[in-house]
Design a protein around this ligand. Structure first.
Ligand code: SAH
Length: 289
């Protein structure tokens, strides 16, 4: 067996703005191991490269990108390590998210989180992750939460951030076992291994979550599709008076997605946006209106 299993590479050329949107759509819609955008310095041209452990469906990628995507098999190289080596740290609210290569650069006065992505999504570089971290940081100025759920935890950085802010239990679940392995490692690495409980779950109906009771904060940075499909279960997981942060949405999906939750009594408190991506804070009223 090769040290690094073979990887598939999907590439597509576009304008810089389009390339950023295509990269985001690949990241959230197709579970790649890495997505890189290479921009031409003096022209409005860019190339998106996404890496996959198995051959991706080029028709699906082309539909996501709105243009033809070229797929090829790559030779045996440690692309994940190469792509992570250069990732700069991210500042979002009070958080400073960094990889091993920037361990010596943590500034004073921040909540530092060392996140190794491994096979999971969530290094803080994606707009939706940064939006969620900013929201957590802001919420901590005025509110305390006793029990938090990070649904679709990826690297676990939102649950780890919540555990650091409120020093209370945070559940971190994902349908992807690789994400759970990465989350556990990251929680220990960041000194909150005993506060972050992480396991594989599809949505918030896992028996362990039901046993934990309802949450006063649920964060779900998954796509619009699962957010609407899971809206009855996600709504039921939030305590009356609790908050729900939804992200992984594009601006044009806000009304449709929030509609599913409004019909269950939630009302929007705030929307934050960056580069067409949104994160919404919704509140579940204390008593039925
Ligand atoms: N919370 C991280 C990762 C977001 S990526 C961040 O903010 O950066 C979205 C994650 O949701 C992926 O890891 C994906 O595996 C997971 N996911 C998608 N559908 C899910 C479902 N039905 N139940 C649990 N997790 C899900």
């Amino acid at each position: 067996m090769p040290i690094n299993p073979p990887l598939w590479k999907a590439t597509v050329s576009a304008t810089k703005e389009e390339a950023r949107n295509i990269a985001a759509a690949f990241e959230l819609g197709t579970a790649p191991q890495a997505v890189i955008v290479g921009e031409e310095p003096f022209e409005d041209k860019a190339e998106v490269t996404a890496l996959y452990p198995a051959m991706p469906d080029s028709d699906f990628l082309s539909r996501l990108a709105g243009r033809a995507v070229h797929v090829m098999l790559l030779p045996d190289v440690d692309w994940i390590r190469l792509s992570q080596q250069g990732l700069p740290p991210v500042r979002a609210g009070r958080f400073f998210v960094y990889g091993k290569h920037d361990a010596g650069k943590v500034p004073d006065g921040v909540i530092a989180m060392r996140i190794e992505a491994g096979m999971a999504f969530g290094t803080g570089h994606h707009e939706t992750t940064a939006l969620c971290l900013g929201i957590l940081s802001d919420l901590a100025k005025t509110r305390r939460f006793r029990q938090v759920l990070d649904l679709g935890c990826g690297t676990g950085l939102l649950a780890i951030g919540a555990a650091k802010l409120w020093k209370r239990n945070a559940f971190a679940v994902d349908i992807d076992p690789d994400a759970i392995a990465v989350t556990r490692e990251n929680a220990i690495l960041n000194g909150v291994g005993s506060l972050v409980e992480s396991f594989v779950a599809d949505g918030p109906t896992h028996p362990r979550l039901r046993e934990a009771g309802r949450f006063d904060l649920v964060i779900a940075n998954i796509l619009a599709g699962p957010l609407t499909r899971l809206s009855p279960a996600i709504s039921a997981a939030v305590k009356p008076g609790g908050l729900l942060v939804l992200s992984g949405l594009l601006e044009w999906q806000e009304i449709a997605v929030s509609g599913f939750y409004r019909s269950r009594g939630f009302y929007p408190l705030k929307i934050r946006r960056e580069h067409h991506w949104s994160a919404m804070i919704l509140e579940r009223p204390r008593c039925k209106r």
